[in-house]
Design a protein. Structure first.
Length: 220
């Protein structure tokens, strides 16, 4: 398994994580295909993504939309990439379209075949067994406007991921309460933090906390 989960932040904050991720690439010539959480019609976020990785000598990029001009024939082309990147955005919206296009199994099989799957924020949340954590009050920006009821996700990891974490009494209380409702540990990662999972090894970079069953908070 080859996974990278980003919390957020700029390229400079994520430099160590970026370099750890690139070690998993077969070569710097590998194509990285970007899948946006929403349309990105003007390619604004795609361009930012390209500039981020060009700094490290990567030059081969692809764009695959689940919404605009979707064509099932283009899935074969997508899967010629050995690296796929799931963008940030609204997690409910993203999961809605992944399920609508029957992409959950496509991504699971991609990982099983040795592909590198990268997630940023919402893209990282999606790697967990479910995305329920997007509904805690401090995530009020991540509204379930699509009316998604089935919140089961990729299930590639055995924990839940909370991005953009910034410690506060209110947020810690919310995460502790939430952790009572889930059987999975909750990793709350600050900006610039994240993890690389390569086969049996997990490398965690940057500050984080783990919330588990209403207690056992780990400070790092």
């Amino acid at each position: 398994m080859k996974l990278c989960l980003y919390s957020g932040g700029d390229r400079h904050k994520n430099d160590k994580l970026n370099r750890e991720l690139i070690k998993m690439f077969p070569s710097k010539r590998e194509k990285i295909t970007y899948i946006p959480s929403a349309g990105d019609e003007d390619r604004k976020y795609f361009k930012e993504f390209q500039n981020w990785y060009k700094f490290y000598g990567l030059t081969n990029f692809g764009f695959f939309s689940l919404e605009e001009k979707f064509d099932t024939k283009s899935i074969e082309k997508l899967l010629t990439s050995k690296v796929i990147y799931l963008s940030g955005g609204n997690t409910y919206h993203f999961l809605f379209w992944l399920r609508k296009r029957k992409f959950l199994n496509i991504l699971r099989n991609f990982v099983k075949r040795g592909g590198v799957l990268i997630g940023l924020s919402a893209g990282s949340i999606l790697m967990a067994p479910r995305i329920n954590i997007s509904g805690i009050p401090s995530c009020d920006h991540d509204e379930n406007k699509v009316g998604l009821k089935n919140l089961k996700s990729l299930g590639l990891v055995s924990f839940e991921f909370f991005p953009h974490y910034s410690s506060s009494l209110r947020l810690d209380r919310e995460l502790l309460e939430y952790s009572k409702t889930t059987p999975y540990p909750v990793f709350a990662m600050e900006e610039g933090s994240g993890m690389v999972i390569w086969e049996e090894k997990t490398t965690i970079i940057g500050p984080y906390k783990v919330f588990y069953k209403g207690g056992r908070v780990k400070f790092v």
